[in-house]
Ligand binder design. Structure first.
Ligand SMILES: [Zn+2]
Length: 366
């Protein structure tokens, strides 16, 4: 008895020494009967960060090894590695790390970052972490080229990529760099690659701004609804609840009602609550309303930091800070929603990985 207690303490010390703030390991997701997760004693930080950009738009990237270390240091066991899909030109001048740094340059979708991520994963794997690679290359305005590029991915890295996106339907932040919203006529032409995604049961994660603060709060609502109506049998993740830095002031109640209506109308729709701007502009303004909404729909909601691996913006662009801000909501959720979202059960089920990986249960509160 004393020995097992000692062993338990040693394991906990080792977990803390490795920086895993919550003590969880990937073993806790695969063992038949792992210890329950004690919310009273553990931090509320997201453990399944489903939205991490392992590469930046331009400039030097935080290294793959450092990305895995940052996940580990912050107790993140599951990571969704998304490109990022867009890159500034390879010969962009120094200082062009984000598209916002160089508005005169295009930031177009490309396979580059996905292939760097895949090469790193193939070489180094992700010891003690579950890393889920995403195809972020699609240019949704040029759907005809997507099936052939998927075939290239299949040839080079068969079975490695589990998700498609983040891809942009409309992202106003990119307008100055030449991005324009996808049109309904282009969405009509998605049918070939959407059929392949359905055959693989592979979700598609879409950035699709709802509107803006210039008097047009639902300017682009019709676009995401068109996608969902046209492809009701595809699993689609609507990222950031449709919000952006261009829309900080929508009425929260109207926002929630709109989201609930969409979930009710489209059974294969999932929502992503990643990105600190949601906490800063919405969750903190109408906490209880969003808590009720998220608790009610937690089997269809995932979360993440939306961190971008800008080496040249360190230490200002800090993973721990992004994770903390985007995790603030977790503390208010009920146990079921906390397990589904912060611990990642919804994500694992959405990806069909719940035959191998499952989040630990939450310890009963006293
Ligand atoms: Zn993102």
């Amino acid at each position: 008895m004393r020995l097992s207690r000692f062993a338990l303490c040693a394991a906990m010390l080792a977990a803390f020494a490795s920086g895993a703030a919550n003590g969880l390991t990937l073993d806790d997701y695969t063992r038949p009967n792992p210890a329950c997760f004690n919310r009273a004693a553990q931090p509320h930080l997201t453990v399944a960060d489903t939205h991490i950009h392992f590469r930046p738009f331009g400039g030097e990237s935080v290294s793959y090894h450092d990305m895995l270390k940052m996940m580990g240091d912050n107790g993140v066991v599951i990571g969704g590695a998304m490109g990022i899909g867009q890159r500034l030109p390879w010969d962009a001048r120094p200082g062009c790390d984000s598209y916002q740094d160089c508005r005169d340059l295009p930031a177009n979708p490309t396979i580059k970052n996905d292939f760097v991520n895949a090469a790193n994963f193939a070489e180094f794997k992700s010891p003690d972490r579950l890393l889920v690679l995403a195809m972020t290359f699609p240019d949704l305005a040029k759907p005809a080229e997507i099936p052939a590029l998927m075939a290239l991915y299949d040839k080079e890295y068969p079975g490695l990529f589990k998700l498609m996106g983040e891809s942009n339907v409309v992202k106003q932040a990119l307008f100055p760099n030449g991005h324009v919203p996808v049109t309904e006529a282009q969405i009509d032409q998605w049918s070939d690659f959407m059929r392949i995604l359905r055959e693989r049961d592979m979700p598609l994660a879409l950035h699709s701004d709802l509107g803006n603060d210039e008097g047009e709060p639902t300017k682009y609502r019709a676009l995401i609804e068109y996608v969902l109506s046209k492809y009701p049998d595809n699993k689609i993740i609507w990222l950031h609840l449709g919000m952006s830095s261009q829309q900080k002031a929508m009425d929260p109640l109207n926002h929630i009602l709109l989201l609930q209506g969409m979930l009710d109308r489209f059974p294969k729709l999932y929502l992503d609550i990643s990105w600190g701007v949601l906490e800063e502009n919405y969750f903190s303004r109408y906490r209880q309303g969003y808590v009720n909404f998220i608790n009610r729909n937690s089997s269809r909601i995932i979360t993440g930091s939306d961190y971008v691996a800008y080496k040249n913006k360190q230490p200002a662009y800090n993973y721990a800070d992004e994770l903390r801000t985007s995790s603030a909501m977790n503390a208010y959720l009920n146990d079921e929603a906390f397990r589904n979202i912060a611990l990642g059960q919804t994500y694992l089920t959405l990806l069909g990985m719940n035959n191998v990986y499952n989040a630990p249960q939450i310890c009963p509160s006293r």
